[in-house]
Structure formats: C-alpha cells, structure tokens
Design a protein around this ligand. Structure first.
Ligand SMILES: Cc1ncc(COP(=O)(O)O)c(C=O)c1O
Length: 354
C-alpha cells in the first residue's frame, strides 16, 4: 500500500521497521525471535500491578516517574536527575533523535545492528552514516572518525551478541564532539556496563530496558542515563505522560527484586553456553554472546529455508536479509526444553538440506 499524499515525503520514503513476528493469540509456538525472557518477572511485579489496579486509573500517571527513577538511582548509584524513564527504550531512542538531530544531520552507527536505528534516523530526516563491523566484531575505528551529530553503539550488539570493552567506549566518547548513545538493552546478560561514563562525560547517554532481563517487554519500560542538561532536551520533546501508571508501578517493583533478575540471567547464561556448543557442533559459526541470544552463521549458506522449516515446526527464530545477514539466524535463549526442541528440529532439518 502506498502512503497517503499528506504524509511527509521523507516519511513516505522510509521502509517501515519490521518487528519480529508476534504469533496470533492461541497459536502455540516456541518463540525465539524477539529476545524476550522465557522466565516470568519477579512475583513483586504482579503484586505491584494488582495493587495499582483501582480507580486511580482515572488519574494521569506521574509525568516524571519519580518513584521509578528513585529506585533506579538507588540500584545503579546514579543521581535521580541523571535518569529519565521512557515507554520502552524504543521511545527513548526516538526522543534522542527528535531532540538532537536536524534534517540532514549525520547519525553514525556500526552495522549490522538494531535495525530500528535506520528507521528512526530516516523518519527524522537525518542521514544514516553506517560503518561495517569488522569480521571479529571489534569497534571499527572509522566510527570515531565520522564524528557524527549522534552516534549509536549497541552494546552488547544485536544481532551478534558481541561486546565492546568499556575503555574503548570511553575513548570513543572522548573523540566525539556529538552525542554517544550506548544502547545497553542486553547488558544484564554481560559483565560490563558503560554507566560509569555517564557522570564523567556530558556527551554520553546509556539506555537500558526492562524488556529483556526483567521480563517486562509487554509493559514497555526503558531508562535513559545521562547528564541533566541533555535529558532536559529529551523531556522537552516527550509526551508529558509517556509512561503509564501500571508500568511505573511494575518497573519500580522489578528493580527492587534483584534476586529474581540474577537467577533468570544465570539460567539464561547456562542455556546459552549449551546452545552455543551444540550449534558449533552442527557446523555453525557462533561469536561469543554476551546477550540473551546468539548469532549462528554458516558463511554463504542462506538460512531463510532453515528459518522457514523451523517456523513450519512452530519454532520462530529471526532471519534478517540486510547487511549480509542472510546466512545467519538469530536465536533467543529460551528455556532448556525450548532449546532442546530447537536443536532436535535443527538436527532433523540440516542433514535433509545437506
Ligand atoms: C538493541 C535494542 N535496543 C532497544 C530495544 C527496544 O527495547 P524496548 O522494549 O525497551 O523498547 C531492543 C529490542 O529488541 C533492542 O534489541
């Protein structure tokens, strides 16, 4: 369908972002395609949601999400005025573009990465200045040299799961005159974070989400950490009541129960190690993953038929076609049973294809 003529020309030209398939209600699938957590959130989250469901829903939520930000401040040891809450980190990404990027400004990021960046840049009328990741997924030096108005670094990166060390991010931030956004959607599954940079470097914003390690994808909560002056710019362009009161209550409770997150992260890490080993035994190249997914690649062998054969068995994984990823599958770490089912299916599919 072509867009209506009233739509801005720059928006009409944007290929829409395609999220991973969300199966219809009632269809039973093993869902390993959008990096959700296979384990439930903290019981404290469900209690907080029950407590919050009453006639206060007629009132607007706290526009500043103070309780949530206070809990985040306590947990991460970052001052409250260095924290902003968003409707998922996707909203915070969009606000960053809206607040920082004028039409024609360059936005740099290594590719392949989270493909929403390209969509958001195009919608804003910015120019995506992409730098290919090298084969070993180390930080490409060209990224600093581009010195764009806004630079994105997804760390751990999606879809590779690979991690750039903190010292290199620090050095990158030091070289940039623009804003560096470190998207840490998956960082709880890794061992390092760029949060310490936020107080030292005025041009660094770190984004977190509660969709992955905290099992709250359905409630849409993200956090931005950055200097107060930078965050003030984001507040200017946000919807006043961007985060609804149920999500605020649930997210505050989720941050307050670190035990559940630690247990779930540890379970995912154990299953990840097993999956990586099994995929390598099947002949896939799998870079070491610091996230709740892995990238399984067979150089030059199109994986679309494998993804389709898995889908026919009601197992959803992610297959991308852009940036040379056609020969790869991105597989979310599910429960042990889900991963066993995936491996059984792959073993059945792969010899038949060979
Ligand atoms: C790298 C990255 N950033 C941000 C997001 C969006 O997270 P949220 O659910 O908080 O909008 C995702 C979701 O898959 C992601 O992969």
């Amino acid at each position: 369908m072509s867009a209506a003529p009233w739509i801005r020309a720059s928006v009409r030209a944007v290929p829409p972002y395609v999220p991973g398939e969300q199966p219809a209600a009632g269809r039973r699938v093993i869902k390993l395609n959008t990096n959700e957590n296979p384990y439930p959130p903290s019981p404290a989250v469900l209690d907080a949601l029950h407590d919050a469901v009453d006639d206060r829903v007629r009132l607007y939520p706290d526009p500043e999400a103070v309780a949530l930000r206070t809990e985040a401040s306590r947990l991460y040891d970052v001052p409250v005025d260095h924290i902003m809450a968003g409707n998922g980190s996707d909203e915070l990404l969009a606000l960053l573009l809206r607040a920082v990027v004028d039409p024609g400004d360059r936005v740099a990021f290594p590719v392949p990465t989270y493909s929403l960046y390209e969509t958001l840049v195009a919608v804003q009328g910015g120019v995506a200045d992409t730098v290919p990741w090298p084969g070993d997924w180390s930080l490409p030096p060209a990224l600093a040299a581009r010195d764009a108005k806004l630079t994105f670094l997804c760390n751990p990166n999606s879809p590779s799961g690979t991690l750039v060390p903190l010292e290199e991010i620090d050095a990158l931030a030091a070289r940039l005159s623009g804003v560096l956004v470190v998207d840490e959607a998956y960082v709880d599954f890794a061992a390092a974070t760029a949060l310490p940079l936020v107080r030292r470097r005025a041009n660094v914003v770190v984004l977190r989400t509660l969709s992955k390690s905290y099992s709250l994808a359905g409630l849409r909560v993200g956090l931005a950490f950055g200097g107060p002056a930078l965050l003030q710019g984001l507040r200017t362009v946000k919807d006043s009541y961007n985060l609804n009161r149920l999500s605020q209550a649930a997210a505050t409770a989720a941050l307050g129960d670190q035990m559940t997150v630690r247990e779930n992260v540890a379970r995912v890490a154990r299953t990840r190690a097993r999956l990586v080993e099994a995929l390598r035994a099947l002949g896939y190249d799998v870079p070491e993953s610091h996230a709740n997914f892995v990238l399984a690649r067979t150089k030059g062998v199109d994986q679309a038929p494998v993804a389709a054969a898995l889908a026919a068995r009601d197992i959803l994984v992610r297959h991308f076609t852009s940036h040379g990823l056609g020969d790869a599958l991105r597989i979310t770490i599910g429960t042990d049973d889900e991963i066993d089912a995936l491996l059984t299916a792959l073993r059945a599919i792969l010899p038949a294809r060979a």
